[in-house]
Write a protein that binds this ligand. Structure first.
Ligand code: HEM
Length: 404
């Protein structure tokens, strides 16, 4: 089944790059040499229709018993549980090197959003529907069952976190832990409750036209930069080589073809590499190539290739926007789990005397104390303070005389 990814009427890309099965393996090699179709389009990518859906088993459970757990969900998430879940995700990432697939999980849950439908959850988007087998079986979601298998134990541990939030939390945490920017996320996404609420097959790629209407060119280019991480596997999407010098030894499950040499490090090398197209072992999908072929994308792609800070800034904003697509939040404004806002001053708390001074502050006080002639073994002479009190009192007296 072909996943047609169109940009906008002005950049409609008819370049039909749907590879036949025999062509697929050679695609990554030939793409750099092949000129893209000149009709300006954002290309079409097909996903392997013959791929067998992997039987959904999580921790030894069959799909049917897992589905029981999948139905059990909550309306919205709990802040302290979200924070703990984030720590568990960090551990999982360290152990399994699964950053890329977690980002893809979040993107594919949110990416079904249809801008033309107002009603939730019909409009699709970040609503946790990707946990259901019926949606995991969609061609575009090949391999994402593995991400669900990894994340399910964390879901089981935190009943107060929705799937919709967990998928987006895992994705944002993966970007950050791989060295990427801090994503300004909010939480509180409500889950769909049953598989009948899943989008129909073909919605994710089919709706790209709508999705792309939600993003300006800059955001599309920035989001594409997520391919700085991860690999494509021919047995899943039909794209990429079975293995390369960069992937044959893992980390994680070996194989696939990456877009960058250091495919677990979030940086701007994706833009540099797809611009140069020098290394046969690095992947360039048609949609990646379009970023430098289409002038309306190229201006940003060039900028990000030169300026990592600009890429990080734009990526963080675009990622957060993507993670909110179609989501219903409870409370409607969402909840933050980051201590960005400064703590409010509460007099009673600070006057209790229990608050420990920071090491830096202690050091500063010690330095000032020593500068005045004091020290750990040499207390300041008591008349030093007496002198200060007399000085302040005289000053107060003089000023009151002047005022009167
Ligand atoms: C322009 C539209 C896009 C297309 C056509 C596309 C296509 C693909 C394909 C074919 C794969 C390989 C999947 C596999 O074989 O396992 C892939 C992987 C990936 N995609 Fe995209 N993608 C797009 C947009 C995005 C966006 C918006 C993000 C995130 C913000 C993203 C993040 C990823 C990541 C991290 C991987 C690596 C997954 C892994 O290593 O398991 N992609 N993408």
């Amino acid at each position: 089944m072909a996943a047609r990814l169109s940009c906008s009427p002005s950049t409609a890309i008819g370049a039909s790059l749907i590879p036949s099965s025999s062509k697929r393996a050679a695609v990554s090699r030939s793409i750099s040499a092949q000129p893209l179709g000149l009709r300006r389009s954002f290309s079409s990518i097909s996903f392997n229709p013959l791929r067998r859906f992997e039987r959904l088993e999580v921790r030894g459970r069959s799909s049917s018993s897992l589905n029981g757990a999948m139905y059990a969900t909550c309306a919205a998430s709990d802040v302290s549980q979200l924070k703990s879940a984030r720590e568990d995700i960090k551990e999982l990432l360290k152990e399994k090197f699964c950053h890329p697939i977690m980002i893809r999980l979040g993107w594919h849950d949110a990416g079904t959003y249809d801008k033309n439908i107002e009603e939730w959850p019909k409009r699709g988007g970040a609503n946790g529907s990707l946990r259901f087998e019926v949606e995991l079986k969609h061609a575009a979601n090949a391999g994402l069952v593995n991400a669900l298998k990894l994340i399910q134990p964390i879901k089981d541990k935190y009943s107060g976190v929705t799937y919709a939030d967990l998928f987006q939390l895992a994705s944002a945490t993966a970007v950050e832990e791989a060295g990427g920017p801090k994503i300004p996320m909010k939480y509180g996404r409500v889950d769909v409750t049953g598989p009948e609420q899943c989008p129909e097959e073909g919605k994710l790629p089919g709706v790209m036209l709508n999705l792309i209407k939600c993003f300006v060119h800059l955001e599309i280019v920035a989001l594409s930069g997520a391919h700085t991480l991860g690999r494509s596997r021919p047995e899943r999407s039909g794209w990429g080589k079975p293995e390369t010098k960069y992937t044959k030894d893992g980390p994680g499950a070996p194989g696939g073809q990456s877009w960058t040499a250091q495919w677990l490090k979030f940086d701007n090398s994706y833009f540099k590499d797809i611009k140069e197209r020098k290394d046969e072992d690095l992947l360039v999908l048609p949609t990646d190539a379009a970023l430098f072929d289409d002038p309306s994308f190229k201006v940003y792609a060039e900028k990000y290739a030169q300026d990592q800070d600009a890429f990080f800034k734009d990526y963080a904003e675009a990622h957060a926007k993507l993670s909110n697509l179609g989501a219903k939040f409870d409370p409607p404004e969402g909840i933050s789990i980051d201590e960005a806002a400064p703590e409010k001053f509460v007099a009673a708390k600070y006057s209790s005397g229990k608050r420990e001074l920071s090491a830096a502050m202690k050091q500063k006080i010690r330095a000032e104390y020593e500068a005045l002639g004091g020290g750990p073994d040499k207390p300041l002479q008591s008349n030093y303070f007496l002198n200060i009190i007399i000085f302040v009192a005289v000053l107060a007296l003089l000023s009151s005389l002047v005022v009167n």
